[in-house]
Design a protein around this ligand. Structure first.
Ligand code: ATR
Length: 279
């Protein structure tokens, strides 16, 4: 019998996951289908019960349901619970268990550049949901330092206080971070600044960027944000948000099937969906 996988969101039409993951399922000749479901916030509980009743194998959860879904699950893994957000649900013998693969997805994408975090000084820009997943997951890996800068500094401070993993962290204003930017080996841009259509905006000045730094932006539309353009002009290595998107999907697929899929194939698929351009 065909196995069902899904993604729940509201809206959901923009999601690149169905085309990416159906292509991966087909490449392994699996008799399975991954379907997008538009589920309004007040129907989320009913939808989850329905999916459980029909024996769904697993599903993704996207905006705006990543936190709201937690009470409807049978269990949530420790990291996802501390982040307070679930993006992947596995049906484990009739029990729906929630995970968060966003943070690990981001970190997996850094594999070609970083083998150990113990000597790395990291700056996270932003203190929203995406920053929380990345910061908590990275803090667990004990980097030399991991600081957070945000327009509202108190939110960066709150994130540091809420993190269950001990880390060498401080909060900074955007101005302080820009002034001290040369200290950082890795800079991670997690806000929506620079996303289409406001593509000329940048969150902080890069004048003091260390030319040896790795600069990441979790935005993938456009593939090259103004922030990454400026970082590249400074000589830094840059990475856009396609890697995080691909790897969070690959880790979800692995949780459902036991197979870590071909990420090169997934990346090509996503780049095609985004218009064929390459960063
Ligand atoms: P997500 O869950 O996608 O990460 P979010 O929770 O809305 O999104 O968080 C958005 C992040 O972008 C926050 O860090 C926000 O800063 P504040 O905490 O000060 O609101 C940041 N952000 C959004 N618009 C911004 C702007 N115009 N200038 C600076 N920071 C901005």
């Amino acid at each position: 019998m065909k196995k069902l996988f899904a993604v729940l969101g509201y809206p959901i039409g923009h999601s690149m996951s169905p085309i990416m993951l159906n292509d991966v399922l087909a490449s392994y000749e699996m008799d399975a289908h991954y379907h997008p479901f538009k589920v309004s916030p007040d129907e989320l509980g009913t939808a989850v019960r329905g999916l459980k009743a029909i024996g769904i194998k697993g599903f993704n959860v996207t905006i705006p349901h990543k936190s709201a879904i937690i009470p409807f699950l049978d269990g949530v893994d420790e990291l996802a619970m501390s982040i307070g957000a679930v993006n992947t649900v596995v049906n484990d013998n009739g029990k729906l268990i929630g995970y968060n693969t966003d943070g690990y997805g981001f970190i997996k994408g850094l594999d070609p550049y970083i083998t150990s975090f113990s000597d790395k000084k990291i700056l996270v820009i932003g203190a929203g949901g995406a920053a929380r997943a990345i910061y908590f997951t990275m803090a667990k890996l004990k980097p030399l330092a991991i600081d957070i800068t945000n327009r509202t500094v108190s939110k960066a401070e709150e994130l540091i206080e809420a993190c269950p993993f001990e880390s060498n962290s401080k909060s900074l204003s955007l101005e302080e971070a820009a002034a001290n930017l040369n200290e950082y080996d890795v800079v991670i841009q997690t806000t929506m600044i620079g996303m289409y259509p406001k593509i000329s905006e940048v969150p902080i000045s890069l004048s003091n960027l260390n030319a040896q730094a790795l600069v990441c932006d979790i935005i993938y539309n456009p593939l090259e944000t103004q922030f990454l353009k400026e970082a590249q002009q400074k000589g830094a290595t840059v990475q856009n948000g396609v890697e995080m998107f691909v790897y969070q999907g690959a880790l979800a697929f692995e949780k459902w099937t036991g197979i870590f899929p071909d990420v090169n194939r997934m990346r090509e698929n996503v780049l095609q969906q985004l218009g064929g351009a390459k960063c």
